[in-house]
Design a protein around this ligand. Structure first.
Ligand SMILES: Cc1ncc(COP(=O)(O)O)c(C=O)c1O
Length: 388
């Protein structure tokens, strides 16, 4: 098998029309049939081809093929956002009466979807610390169908041992779903560690340039087929234009990830030496609780991590208002550095007790370290830290 970087450039697998070098953008809602019989054959799956872009589109399929390849999965399904990917994965598996276990450190809308929206449909949930295998084992019920977690988790980078959870889930017929957004497939491939589904907010590292909202799910073929049917029925497919931009972003994924990793490591070292900075949540830190598991299941520690300001909320908000180069914005995984305040922004909808369990204090700041010359990012933070 070719190396990752070769595959990110060559794995779209599509026969490109007119000898095009790049995968063209197929901006078409529908496709004509050669004959009524050919149309019927396409609908019955007796012939391969395209019908209608809510069902499938060549540009979207090229993206799905590359991501499935990079994640070492059989198939991928692209959706209009990371939340749509999570929603379609969960709802194509879970039915009323089922139970789901989810990690307690989770992107706030994912937690809300699982604990509130699924509850409205008669699907119950238990929120646990998935880094604690015994806690996960204790939470399993007869009706448990899915264990869902992020690793590293947003925003405090909590690490869950994918293999350990998959091994306790599989014999009970429970599916393990990993939100792999923080790592990208370059640093971590959950299916290699026994997970059933790896999914992404493609908005983040996969795209890298901050100009797409998208999501993608990777799984074995029969699971992917269920999710694809769910997508057909609920209409959440990614637009061809966003697939085109994602295909372009992915061509540099490994190069960007290496730079994110190096820059994050250097920024972590700088922040570790600043007295105004309290706790740091960076999986590359040998003292970080999940470091050894992360080092085993990841090949790099990513570029997004959190740190606390010793003086709490006032200090955090003053820091954010003093920065000149780093952009004050949510999202992550872009080529430039983004910084935000989880307690009042990305995780504001999380119930207070869970926020406390997650370690999201009012002084916590999350930074997505970009690909700039890191000295410039450090200088920006140094100036802002001095001014608070
Ligand atoms: C870990 C994680 N999963 C899922 C999502 C949702 O993705 P999207 O914003 O593309 O819907 C996010 C968004 O920040 C995220 O950080």
């Amino acid at each position: 098998m070719h190396g990752f970087t070769t595959r990110q450039l060559h794995a779209d697998g599509q026969q490109k029309p007119l000898n095009a070098h790049a995968m063209p953008l197929f901006l078409t809602s529908t496709f004509s049939f050669d004959s009524p019989e050919a149309g019927a054959d396409l609908f019955l799956g007796r012939r391969a081809g395209h019908i209608y872009s809510r069902v499938g589109n060549p540009t979207v399929e090229a993206l799905e093929q590359v991501i499935a390849n990079l994640e070492n999965g059989e198939a991928a399904v692209a959706l209009g956002s990371g939340m749509a990917a999570i929603h379609a994965s969960l709802l194509s598996i879970l039915k009323a009466g089922d139970h789901v276990i989810c990690g307690e450190v989770l992107y706030s809308p994912s937690l809300h979807l699982i604990t509130e929206r699924l509850a409205d449909l008669g699907i119950t949930s238990t929120v646990v610390d998935t880094s604690n295998e015994q806690a996960v084992r204790d939470a399993i019920r007869d009706k448990t169908k899915v264990i869902f977690f992020e690793t590293p988790a947003n925003p405090t980078c909590k690490i869950t041992d994918i293999r350990a959870i998959a091994e306790l889930a599989r014999p009970k017929g429970i599916l393990t779903i990993v939100d792999n957004t923080f790592s990208s497939p370059y640093f971590q491939r959950p299916l290699d560690h026994g997970a059933d589904i790896s999914l992404h907010s493609a908005t983040k590292y996969l795209n890298g340039h901050g100009d797409v909202i998208g999501g993608i799910v990777v799984a074995r073929s029969e699971l992917a087929a269920m999710i694809r049917t769910y997508r057909r029925d609920t209409g959440g497919i990614l637009s061809p234009f966003d697939a085109y931009l994602l295909l372009r972003g992915i061509r540099t994924l490994s190069l960007r990830m290496l730079r994110h990793h190096d820059n994050a490591m250097k920024l972590f070292e700088f922040l570790s030496s600043v007295p105004k900075v309290g706790k740091l949540y960076y999986p590359g830190d040998p003292q970080f609780p999940g470091h050894h598991v992360a080092a085993r299941q990841m090949t790099g520690f990513g570029g997004c991590f959190s740190f606390e300001l010793a003086d709490g909320f006032e200090a955090a908000t003053r820091l954010l208002s003093k920065l000149k180069l780093c952009t004050l914005a949510v999202s992550l995984g872009t080529v430039d550095t983004l910084i935000e305040h989880p307690a009042s922004m990305t995780h504001v909808a999380t119930p207070k007790d869970i926020m406390e369990r997650q370690g999201i204090t009012s002084g916590l700041v999350r930074i997505s370290v970009g690909c700039e010359d890191i000295e410039d990012v450090i200088a920006d933070l140094e100036d802002a830290l001095e001014a608070i």
